[in-house]
Ligand binder design. Structure first.
Ligand code: ADP
Length: 329
């Protein structure tokens, strides 16, 4: 990204400037120190071992001093050149390291905006095309066709509404939520009752085995997470299957398990399902299950804000199991 190349160079220049100022100040100090040390040293040597009687004492000292100063200056110049080269390399490396998290955040933001625009475009394009057809037909458009057109537009508007809600949920701040003691089995039971009607449309049976577990959580958040998982379990399961909901305590945490007999998720897709806008191939094509690929990323975000761990395992063709691990109260 061009913006970041310029930032790398600017930051490198700042680091190099700091290193060079320190190095030059240090060199000046070394030079001055060495000069006075040399003068004292040479004086002592001359006192011990008198020099050529024909040459004045002062001239000999000055000559030796000038030679030593020359050599010292050369060495300091070489040292500073080396500091400049090594410092520039190290500064560039450091600048890249410093900027990397910012660059990644900007890249993620850009990807998010691009994905969101893409998701917005599809329903808008469908609505536009239908409205254009309706207008072209004009008075020839029958009442029934007009109703169909409006119904179809309403579906697209609902899709857009769902997307807007999802985007809002993802952009809300992710501060830790205040947690208190709540009964997991009760929350799961309520969530299951809420999706009962949806499950019935596909004759899916919800089988609950809910042991009481007091966990540390936020009721509204747990409700949303379990709701998303149950919603997915129903969406991605064929008709007349079962979804098992279990709650129990294990290894010092409260566990909630939602196991479906749906299409499952391929091992290669499993690591990505919690990413924003990710939809497994099968969800996009073939059966055209509605969704924007935001549900699980919202669930993940909510879970992180209340110290819940979500994991998923799946056997393609057999079903998936989503598990929540919640701290006990
Ligand atoms: P959406 O359901 O809107 O596509 P999600 O973020 O909730 O988005 O899920 C991401 C993807 O994970 C889905 O598109 C689907 O491919 C897969 N997935 C989620 N839950 C299940 C499930 N219970 N069974 C099979 N696939 C699932």
């Amino acid at each position: 990204m061009k913006l970041f190349s310029v930032a790398y160079l600017r930051l490198t220049a700042c680091y190099v400037a700091i290193i060079m100022v320190i190095s030059l100040l240090f060199s000046v100090w070394v030079y001055n120190q060495a000069q006075s040390e040399l003068r004292t040293g040479i004086n002592k040597v001359i006192e011990l071992k008198p020099v050529d009687a024909n040459r004045p004492y002062g001239a000999v000292v000055d000559q030796r001093l000038a030679d030593s100063q020359g050599r010292l200056l050369n060495q300091l110049v070489l040292l500073n050149a080396a500091v400049l080269v090594v410092g520039a390399g190290a500064s560039y490396w450091l600048a890249r390291r410093t900027m990397r998290p910012i660059e990644e955040a900007v890249e993620a933001q850009e990807r998010f905006t691009a994905d969101a625009s893409h998701e917005l475009r599809t329903p808008l394009a469908a609505m536009k095309a239908e409205i254009e057809v309706g207008l072209r037909e004009g008075k020839k458009l029958s009442r029934d066709d007009a109703v169909l057109l409006l119904q179809s537009n309403l579906e697209e508007v609902e899709r857009l509404g769902g997307l807007a809600e999802g985007l809002l949920a993802l952009t809300q701040n992710d501060e830790m939520l205040p947690l208190k003691s709540v009964e997991l089995s009760e929350i799961a039971n309520k969530a299951a009752s809420r999706v009962q009607a949806f499950a019935q449309t596909k004759q899916i049976e919800l089988v609950s085995d809910l042991q009481p577990v007091q966990v540390l959580g936020d009721e509204a958040t747990l409700n949303k997470i379990i709701g998303i998982l149950l919603d997915n379990a129903i969406k991605y399961s064929p008709e007349k299957t079962k979804i098992a909901i279990r709650s129990y305590q294990q290894d010092g945490v409260g566990v909630l398990e939602i196991a479906d007999q749906g299409r499952g998720i391929k091992a290669s897709e499993l690591p990505h399902i919690f990413e924003r806008f990710y939809r497994a191939d099968a969800s996009r094509s073939k059966s055209q299950v509605s969704g924007h690929g935001l549900g699980l990323s919202i669930a993940q975000k909510l879970a992180e804000a209340s110290q819940i761990k979500i994991t998923a395992s799946s056997i393609p063709g057999k079903g998936s199991v989503f598990t929540l691990r919640i701290p006990l109260s």
